[in-house]
Design a protein around this ligand. Structure first.
Ligand code: ATP
Ligand code: MG
Length: 264
């Protein structure tokens, strides 16, 4: 049984077209019949150009958007049939990491407040001392020195800020992490450090990860399997090595040709 299975997922947005006074509607097929599965403990890389529907797909998995069609099955449980109270408790099992940690972290919250708040969502019964131990453990896990616990996001570098965002995502002890372009805003020299950290965390904690990027060189570095998305559809999936060596779809070939050799 796959850990997560998407079965023919569609998300169509209806928007007004032709300007303010036009009455005609246009349908944007952001996600248009995606079937995918992720095995437990593995990293699935989702790659495709801007606007192909990657973030929409991640919001559907996070239950932040309702699919127009299709079902999402987590560990054999169909999420599309859940009551909203059940969705809320299951949502702790999925956490996200975003492109810009500066935007996703609250600038007025120290590392301590950010992490302790996130830990308490899962373990509200912890006392102050236990909470402190949990915060320190998380900081160690992501390679942040505990002496920075009272500092604010703006006092850190971009890479360190992303480490805080990763620690926050891990705090509720999720099973699935969706990382949406987590290194795209970072300097190339920092990218591989963060990718290695994510890889280690998945291995050591037994997490499952959906790793999203427009950049195939980044995806191949981290993913076990790769799915290539193009205009709302998955055009090719395969083991990372095999897909890189023997791409079948024209679009995958195009992506491969544009890959810089920096991370290879
Ligand atoms: N709420 C919405 N209403 C209407 N259209 C939307 C909405 N959200 C997304 N879209 C459209 O759906 C398509 C897919 O968007 P999405 O953000 O999922 O792409 P993406 O692959 O994540 O792109 P990027 O790489 O730039 O982040 C785009 O054409 C976008 O304009
Ligand atoms: Mg996106």
């Amino acid at each position: 049984m796959p850990f997560l299975e998407l079965i023919d997922i569609k998300k169509h947005f209806t928007t007004k077209s032709g300007g303010l006074f036009s009455s005609s509607n246009e349908v944007v097929k952001a996600v248009d019949g995606v079937s995918l599965s992720i095995e437990e403990g593995k990293i699935l890389g989702l790659v495709g150009e801007s606007g192909c529907g990657k973030s929409t797909l991640s919001r559907l998995i996070m239950q932040l958007l309702e699919p127009t069609h299709g079902s999402i099955v987590l560990e054999g449980q169909n999420l599309t049939n859940l009551k909203s109270s059940e969705v809320r408790s299951r949502r702790l099992d999925f956490q996200m990491i975003f492109q810009d940690p500066y935007a996703s972290l609250n600038p007025r919250m120290t590392v301590w407040s950010t992490l302790s708040e996130a830990i308490l969502t899962r373990k509200p019964q912890l006392n102050k001392e236990e909470l402190k131990q949990n915060v320190i453990k998380l900081m160690e896990m992501v390679g942040l020195d505990k002496q920075y616990v009272r500092k604010y996001p703006h006092e850190f570098s971009g890479g360190q800020r992303q480490r805080i965002a990763i620690a926050r995502a891990l705090a509720p002890e999720p099973k699935l992490i969706i990382a949406d372009e987590p290194v795209s805003a970072l300097d190339v020299s920092i990218q591989s450090q963060i990718l290695n950290l994510l890889k280690d965390l998945v291995n050591n904690l037994g997490l499952t990860m959906l790793f999203i990027s427009h950049d195939l060189s980044v995806v191949r570095y981290i993913a076990d399997r790769i799915a290539v998305m193009y205009y709302g559809k998955i055009v090719e999936t395969g083991e990372a090595e095999a897909l890189m060596e023997n791409p079948q779809h024209e679009y995958t070939k195009e992506l491969l040709e544009s890959v810089p050799k920096v991370l290879s």
